[in-house]
Design a protein around this ligand. Structure first.
Ligand SMILES: *Cc1c(COP(=O)(O)O)cnc(C)c1O
Length: 247
């Protein structure tokens, strides 16, 4: 039964390659998990920017339960066409405060919370919808000018301040570490975010459930998994090179 199902997916004339790639990614996550000292489960989130709703729905048929979109406009365009029963939709891109209202009832998690003004707006909009919004805080673990995210030094007081928002639930941390050639330096960045994750997990707060450490992308997901990631975000490796004409 299972095998027949997979053989149907991998022989799909349009999207068979996606099925093969997802199968391969899962295998590689599973072996990387075995090398992690944290014994965590690492979930696969597919980063779906520039992908069509048809491609996304095919990936969902392959058993993917989490997808992530980067841009509000693009999410809204695809939203109705996505098969939503079995999938969580995460928002993973930089989020302008004035756009929160468009996505608050459409996403299951916002992974890019990085400032008080955004927290206040999420609280306000979530309250309107009588919803508790799950969030991850984005940490700029490499201290890079070009990237958003909280400075690791300032993160702990910010995270603790979220306790005052009843319609926000802090579920963990997200980071996009610098892309590096040197594995040992990369491991140091992953370790740095893990240390912060452990620190904040130990704090007493009412509205948190630190289940998610969202690190690892196409180029570094195995290393991130070995370093304790509970969710890798993968685009290119699952779908192939991005097609910016599709969006
Ligand atoms: C695009 C994107 C990814 C996936 O990147 P790939 O290198 O294509 O795997 C992960 N996280 C975020 C926030 C992204 O925007």
């Amino acid at each position: 039964m299972m095998e027949k199902f997979w053989s149907d997916l991998v022989s799909d004339p349009s999207y068979g390659e996606i099925a093969k790639r997802i199968y391969d990614i899962r295998k590689r996550i599973a072996s990387a998990e075995k090398k992690s000292p944290y014994h965590q489960k690492t979930h696969l989130l597919l980063a779906t920017k520039t992908r069509t709703a048809e491609e996304i729905n095919f990936a969902i048929r392959c058993g993917v339960h989490r997808i992530g979109e980067n841009r509000v406009q693009e999410l809204l365009e695809k939203y109705d066409a996505i098969d939503k029963e079995n999938v969580e939709i995460h928002f993973i891109g930089a989020l302008q405060t004035n756009k929160v209202k468009y996505i608050i009832d459409k996403v299951d998690m916002i992974e890019s919370l990085d400032r008080i003004a955004l927290a206040e707006e999420i609280e306000k909009q979530a309250a309107k919808h009588n919803k508790v919004m799950k969030v991850l805080c984005e940490i700029n673990v490499g201290g890079e000018e070009s990237k958003s995210g909280l400075d690791p030094q300032e993160a702990l007081p910010f995270l603790q301040s979220l306790d005052k928002y009843p319609h926000i639930k802090l579920c963990g941390l997200m980071a996009i570490p610098p892309v590096l050639q040197d594995e040992l330096v990369q491991i140091e960045y992953f370790q740095k975010i893990m240390d912060l994750y452990i620190d904040i997990s130990a704090k007493k707060m009412d509205n948190k459930d630190m289940a998610v450490l969202s690190i690892g992308m196409s180029s570094d997901f195995e290393l991130a998994t070995q370093c304790g990631s509970t969710q890798v975000r993968i685009g290119t490796l699952a779908f192939g090179q991005r097609n910016y004409h599709n969006k």
